[in-house]
Design a protein around this ligand. Structure first.
Ligand code: DOR
Ligand code: ZN
Length: 425
């Protein structure tokens, strides 16, 4: 196994030090380390963070390997500074059995670029009618702990209650895509002034807020863990704030795009901006930023949603919702939060690792910690070129934008997955 000596690097913004990585762990830290045979990585000007953990990634395999595979998505993740991603269940076939989650887990191991932790579906086929075999997925080699019908809401309150009860047995969590379907039929974008002007059917904020309000009450009643996917409205932040103040076991994520972009983008009619939940207003963006800084929203999760060209480069109404996220998330978060490295580590690594139960991840680079870490150059600027991304798809909303920060290296259990800003394999 290769040893790495990272020299003169700032751990989470602290004074520069050296880091020796050997046998899968951070073996030593300190100024002026030497290590015979180690590969030296010059960390001057770089910041070391615990490897990022994404709680919400669409890898598209099995079923839509033309849009992404476990391998291409893993590579995109490593290049984005991630060492673990949780793969959403809305594949084809759906990840609703032990067989499918084990397949995804095995593909992740084979790719070997990040830890791929499958999420299991809550209901069979994401159809919202019958509970999937949650226990069998939990007991499988993939050890599933997060269950989600993401892409769809678990709209039936009785099923949601049963799912919350079921996962309690193994301290699992139900991750809800909060969207009351009766309020979003035919919806194309955020319901507001701009949807009215464009004549597009609106997706009202209350469709999200009503489900979150219901589900925090259910989680409170059952005493179980609930996670809210891609929170997008100021009203949702209010509901979460109250629930947390009461001690409900609820966590929530926000995506980079909901922290940066608004429904104004829809006036371009460019489907790259079509996403579910939709881009909201500037007031929502401001509330989400405050909530993230305060911890009312616990984490940043990408909702990386690759789509093939024919599903995106078409009329707005026919385009699939979703945008890429893995290779730009750290840059957007850095832009939004500023160089508050401890906060970034909390929101993008430690807390998501804790929610997902990924015990090897989310540890600051310190002696004895598993060597899952990433090195960022905060001074670098990069122009996003969609065709240069490692993802098999190119539906990034940040095309040709200049973003701050660049991932220089990523290490998974002590092995480099990215060096000099390039994937190692
Ligand atoms: O925009 C989205 N895309 N939202 C979702 O909930 C699903 C996702 C996808 O799978 O493309
Ligand atoms: Zn979703």
């Amino acid at each position: 196994m290769t040893a790495y000596l990272i020299t003169n690097v700032s751990v989470l913004g602290a004074a520069p030090t050296d880091l020796l990585i050997r046998d899968g762990v951070v073996a030593e830290t300190g100024v002026g380390l030497t290590a015979a045979g180690a590969v030296v990585v010059d960390g001057t000007g770089l910041v070391a963070l615990p490897g990022l953990v994404d709680l919400h990634t669409h890898l598209r395999e099995p079923g839509r390997e033309d849009a992404e595979t476990v391998e291409t998505g893993s590579r995109a993740a490593a290049l984005g500074g991630y060492t673990a991603v949780c793969a959403m269940a809305n594949t084809s076939p759906v990840a609703d059995t032990a067989g499918v989650v084990e397949q995804v887990w095995r593909l992740g191991r084979e790719a070997g670029l990040v830890d791929v932790q499958p999420i299991g579906a809550v209901t069979v086929g994401l159809a919202g009618e019958r509970l999937a075999e949650l226990g069998a997925m939990a007991d499988s080699a993939a050890r599933v702990r997060i269950f989600s019908d993401d892409g769809h809401c678990v709209a039936d309150p009785r099923l949601m209650r049963r799912a919350l009860e079921y996962v309690k047995a193994f301290d699992g969590v139900v991750a809800q895509h909060a969207e009351e379907p009766r309020l979003t039929e035919g919806a194309q974008m955020h319901e507001g002034e701009i949807s009215t002007r464009l004549g597009l059917t609106g997706w009202p904020a209350v469709a999200e807020e009503a489900i979150i309000a219901r589900d925090v009450l259910l989680a409170e009643h059952v005493g179980s863990r609930l996670h809210i996917c891609h929170v997008s409205t100021a009203g949702s932040v209010g509901v979460l704030r109250q629930a947390k103040a009461r001690g409900v076991r609820v966590t929530a994520e926000v995506t980079p795009h909901h922290l940066l972009l608004t429904d104004e983008k829809a006036v371009t009619y460019d489907p790259v901006y079509k996403v579910n939940p939709p881009l909201r207003t500037a007031a929502d963006v401001a509330a989400l930023r405050t909530a993230l800084a305060e911890g009312v929203v616990d984490i940043v999760a990408t909702d990386h949603a690759p789509h093939a060209v024919e599903d995106k480069e078409c009329e707005w109404a026919y385009a699939r919702p979703g945008m890429l996220g893995l290779e730009t998330a750290l840059s957007i978060t850095l832009d939004v939060l500023g160089p508050r490295w401890d906060l970034i580590a909390e929101r993008m690594s430690r807390t998501p690792a804790r929610i997902a139960g990924l015990t090897e991840h989310g540890h600051d680079p310190a002696p004895g910690a598993p060597a899952n870490l990433t090195l960022v150059d905060p001074a670098a600027q990069r122009v996003i070129e969609p065709t240069e991304l490692a993802s098999r798809s190119s539906n990034t909303p940040y095309a040709r934008m200049t973003l701050p920060g660049r991932i220089v290296a990523t290490f998974l259990r002590g092995e480099a997955t990215v060096l000099d800003g390039k994937a190692v394999k």
